[in-house]
Design a protein around this ligand. Sequence first.
Ligand SMILES: Nc1ncnc2c1ncn2[C@@H]1O[C@H](COP(=O)(O)OP(=O)(O)OP(=O)(O)O)[C@@H](O)[C@H]1O
Ligand SMILES: [Mg+2]
Length: 358
Amino acid sequence: MSEPRLEIKNLSRRFAETTAVDDVSIELQPGQVTCLLGPSGCGKSTTLRMIAGVEEQQSGEILVDGALICNSKHIVPPELRNIGMMFQDFALFPHLSVLENVAFGLSGTKADKRNRAELLLDRVDLNGYGSKMPHQLSGGEQQRVALARAVAPKPKIMLLDEPFSGLDDRLRDGIRDETLKVLREDGAAVLMVTHDPSEAMKMADEIALMRGGRIIQSGAPYTIYNSPIDREAAAFFSDINLIQTVVKGALANTPFGEFFAPGHPDGTELDIVIRPQHIRIDFDRSGHGPIPTDAMGQAAHGVVCRARFLGQNSLVDFELDEGAILTASVPSVFLPKLGTPFWLLAPRKNCYVFPKLI
Ligand SMILES: Nc1ncnc2c1ncn2[C@@H]1O[C@H](COP(=O)(O)OP(=O)(O)OP(=O)(O)O)[C@@H](O)[C@H]1O
Ligand SMILES: [Mg+2]
């Protein structure tokens, strides 16, 4: 792999009693999009603000193309970092036209600047808006101008803090795809903040999952979704089924049979997490269950106790014979009737076993 465009190492920042960012390290590659994903208040914006240089870090260092731009002794000011940013509280220059706003940070001839600004306005679907003034635009249009302005100078690194959140659904996907396409083409390394896991999975080459100021897991969307590090990380990406059980003789009993729990002493409480979309269901036609395999474990038996049609899929709750309720997400081509008996299977590779969350 090539040298990282941006490296942040062990970055930390406290505000009085709050540790906003706690020992965060991230590497960004040119042409790649990394999403910083996490709930409100977990430290995403503070991390971006330190990289941009508008918030002072208390420890750690930042390198661009291997060159140190910030540690406890040495600080390169924000305007010399060649880092583009689009923050939650963006502002346009009110006395400049839309075109002048986008062309503001550009160099080259007047014609070059105009061409680049017009290209970017086109990409954010604002063709023909160049001569308008900011106050003549809606909030969403202003946001798109700010995006175009941030992308126009081809920054080496682009920091985007929820840049698409104010746009309506119809516009958002198109503007987001176009903006990231331009940034990838320009070879920028992009760090994008979001609290929406489906947006992160759609857009990111790499996701860094943040909680309480720390990065608790990072990896490609497939990995982070399918190998969550703990119960909360699993629950951040989808609804989950939780089976609570206790280890006895290195085994933990569940409605899907016994799970090996090596290394856990007797009496250890475990959380077994299964996503609704990983539960497979099969009609109970004649009282014979599906043939279990090692990969699938044992089938559980239950009846439908609630069914909700959601369009692309349906969520069906089953009351198992032993009383637990489990939810399966099934294709909505059919919506089973209440009381219908089913067999439920959960492939072992999709059952995540964690020590109980205290
Ligand atoms: N200037 C400040 N003074 C005091 N506390 C701050 C300051 N800036 C941020 N914080 C605190 O640091 C924590 C992290 O804030 P930050 O803005 O980085 O969160 P975030 O992940 O961006 O959240 P959101 O998704 O809501 O934008 C929060 O608890 C916040 O209250
Ligand atoms: Mg924020």
